[in-house]
Design a protein around this ligand. Structure first.
Ligand code: NBP
Length: 465
């Protein structure tokens, strides 16, 4: 077969299929392959006449690609990526470019970048955000790995990425697993924002007695203002969707157990490894875990009920301020983590660019990203986002709203795990002196771990008894 395709996609589930259509729609010939041949046949049948080149074997697929081949894997993260790579490898040539576009764990990506480099294959670990619609119309793309590979695929990735007034939502992020690390933290922030919105929905209904319609309108209004974001927008949309069978609001019929695929948990684990606090993200993962204990919750609610009451002293206005504060703090935790990871793993991340490429196409896109971008453009090596004047200016006026909402929710027995954790994070970083002196005294008492003093230099140990 004469090589004719500019780009190849392996994996034709929702993300791969839509990404292939996106590539094709920008004028590139796109080869496609799926492990289960039937899916390739279906896909090619549904898209007759398009510049799509179906491959029914790996040999046929790789033979259809122009050199150096540029192939993206859109298969289930984990063993599926290694298996697909093993099948592809015998058909690849020196200098070909292989991209993993799935949600791979960043340490797997480090291993694969090294393994492929040893075989002369240029590898990129590439986070892609935006769900199935983003993949089709323009996602946010987060590539990291071999810098020469980026040069080969940049024109195609720039063409398929979402566009904002600040350019296409893709940039080369750094070596090795930089792209997948950034995507993982993106997902961690997404977990925190989603759980916050679920808490606001609960506060509106249980705390303020709003009907689902009123809650829906409130989110729609928030979306017009400073909290404007994809997640607020879709919350307003899903809250008004009626089930065609029953005519009822569908969201009210959905079981209250949240699933997860692991990227939020990885963010918290990686943050612990690096010694970076991300309590809003961790609380969001915990909240999903608690939601999964449905049977136990039902049993415990009978014997130890948390009876939610109406909110006192907090209304819709405070909720909106708390949302802005909460979102700002969630991004701050994510960017703080990225800064530390960049230093530790030598990614060389440009965090202003990270904020820029998250502005379009992706799940965490929001107006707030402009604040972060300005903060990191002014000071690329910012130790913490709270130190940036532009960030403080945004956050200072709304921390009071967050405090009012968390206090009122606590008094009303309405669980706000992420909003509560976020407030404590703000208060912790806002205190020059914390009670960690007592921890040091306890550690020295039971383990002779020593301590430092505030009134003289040196390291001390005391016989406390
Ligand atoms: P899935 O994650 O559901 O994976 C299905 C695809 O993987 C199919 O093409 C399947 O082939 C293939 N596959 C599997 Br499963 N095991 C394989 C193996 N051992 N060898 C070769 N192929 C294998 O698809 P998706 O939801 O389109 O997501 C693709 C990637 O993008 C994932 O890493 C996902 O985490 C990431 N992602 C998804 C979203 C989203 O909104 N869905 C958003 C952002 C990122 P088969 O047809 O033969 O079973």
């Amino acid at each position: 077969m004469k090589p004719q395709a500019d780009f190849g996609v392996v994996g034709l589930a929702v993300m791969g299929a839509n990404l292939a259509l996106n590539v094709e729609s920008r004028g590139f010939a796109c080869a496609v392959f799926n492990r289960t041949t039937e899916k390739t046949r279906d896909f090619a049948g549904r898209n007759l006449g398009a510049r799509l080149v179906p491959g029914y074997s790996i040999r046929e697929f790789t033979a259809s690609l122009k050199r150096p081949r540029k192939i993206i894997l859109m298969v289930k993260a984990g063993a599926g990526v290694d298996e697909t790579m093993a099948h592809l490898l015998p058909y690849l040539s020196l200098g070909d470019v292989l991209i993993d576009g799935g949600n791979s764990y960043f340490r797997d990506t480090d291993r694969r970048v090294a393994m492929m480099a040893a075989r002369g294959i240029r590898y990129l670990g590439c986070g892609i955000s935006g769900g199935e619609e983003g993949a089709l119309k323009g996602p946010s793309i987060m590539p990291g790995g071999d810098p020469v590979a980026w040069k080969h695929v940049a024109p195609i990735l720039k063409a398929i990425a979402a566009k904002t007034e600040d350019g296409p939502c893709v940039t080369y992020l750094g070596r090795r697993s930089a792209g997948h690390f950034v995507k993982m933290v993106h997902n961690g922030i997404e977990y925190a924002m989603m759980q916050m919105l679920a808490e606001f929905y609960d506060l509106m209904k249980a705390g303020l007695g709003m009907s689902p319609e009123e809650a829906q309108k409130t989110f729609a209004k928030w979306n017009e203002g400073r909290c404007g974001s994809y997640l607020v927008e879709i919350s307003a949309l899903v809250l008004k969707y009626r089930d065609p069978d029953t005519g009822k609001l569908l969201v009210e019929l959905i079981q209250d157990e949240a699933a997860q695929k692991g990227t939020g948990k990885w963010t918290s684990q990686s943050a612990l490894d690096l010694g970076v606090p991300v309590p809003s993200i961790t609380a969001a993962v915990d909240a999903r875990i608690i939601s999964g204990y449905k049977k136990d919750r039902v049993a415990i609610a009978r014997v130890l009920p948390a009876k939610s009451r109406r909110l006192r002293g907090a209304g819709a206005r405070q909720l909106e301020g708390a949302c802005y504060a909460g979102f700002l703090a969630a991004y701050a935790q994510g960017l703080h983590l990225l800064g530390k990871a960049s230093a530790e793993y030598e990614y060389g991340l440009n965090l202003a660019e990270v904020a820029r490429i998250w502005k379009g196409g992706c799940i965490v896109r929001s107006r707030i990203l402009d604040v972060l971008r300005r903060a990191y453009r002014a000071e690329p090596r910012l130790a913490h986002p709270f130190l940036a004047p532009v960030f403080r200016k945004a956050l200072a006026p709304v921390t009071g709203s967050l405090r009012t909402v968390v206090s009122a929710a606590t008094a009303a027995s309405i669980p706000v795990p992420v909003l509560g954790a976020t407030l404590s994070y703000l208060d912790g970083f806002g205190r020059a002196r914390l009670p960690a002196n007592l921890i040091q005294a306890q550690r020295d008492h039971f383990g002779a771990h020593t301590y430092e003093r505030i009134d003289r230099p040196g390291v001390f140990h005391t016989k406390w008894d």
